[in-house]
Design a protein around this ligand. Structure first.
Ligand code: AMP
Length: 178
């Protein structure tokens, strides 16, 4: 399945979760067996060129694609979690959202010395989440050279921000607007 066919499986829901937002919903993509498999294959091909030794994904939709890519490549998966979810002492990072703040946490023991971690999420918008995850994984000793997304919203310039942090950013699909 090619990228145009994958794109056609993503549902756009206007005005969710707030007026003016076009929500790019991957529910319809992941419920389609061939669509999910092709998306994972395209991401895994890109992760292979990054010579990843470990895959990280952000809660929650990054878990779906990240864990599937990791399994396909025979690599481990590190969940980058919302606060208070991990049962062990965590390494965390606070970051700004458009309105308010949020926090991500990892188990620092999940990052072995010399790990080359590829970050995967469903979508990059402002890049705040991916930048925070990259910072956090780097604090834990990982090398991050690549981040992969199913969808980029280039008008929000998140990919440019992440490139400014020295990360090669690739997305399978782009949508104009917010
Ligand atoms: P950001 O930190 O601004 O790059 O936002 C990225 C996170 O918010 C991703 O984990 C997405 O799942 C979610 N997100 C942001 N904007 C949208 C959108 N228009 N449609 C679907 N998910 C979105």
């Amino acid at each position: 399945m090619n990228l145009d066919e994958i794109r056609s499986l993503i549902r756009t829901v206007p005005d969710f979760p707030s007026p003016g937002i076009q929500f790019r919903d991957i529910t319809t993509l992941i419920s389609h067996g061939a669509g999910l498999a092709a998306t994972v294959r395209h991401l895994a091909d890109r992760a292979a060129t990054a010579e990843a030794t470990l895959i990280a994904g952000m809660e929650a939709r990054g878990f779906i694609f990240g864990a599937a890519v990791a399994a396909q490549m025979g690599l481990g998966f590190v969940p980058v979690r919302k606060p208070g979810k991990l049962p062990v002492p965590t390494l965390g990072i606070d970051y700004a959202l458009e309105y308010g703040r949020d926090r991500l946490e990892i188990d620092p023991g999940a990052i072995p010395p010399g790990a080359r971690v590829v970050v995967i999420d469903d979508l990059i918008a402002t890049g705040g989440t991916a930048l925070a995850a990259t910072d956090l994984l780097r604090q834990a000793g990982a090398t991050i050279t690549h981040a992969l997304f199913v969808i980029d919203l280039p008008d929000l310039h998140g990919a440019d921000r992440l490139r400014g942090a020295g990360v090669t950013v690739e997305a399978l699909i782009r949508f104009a607007g917010h």
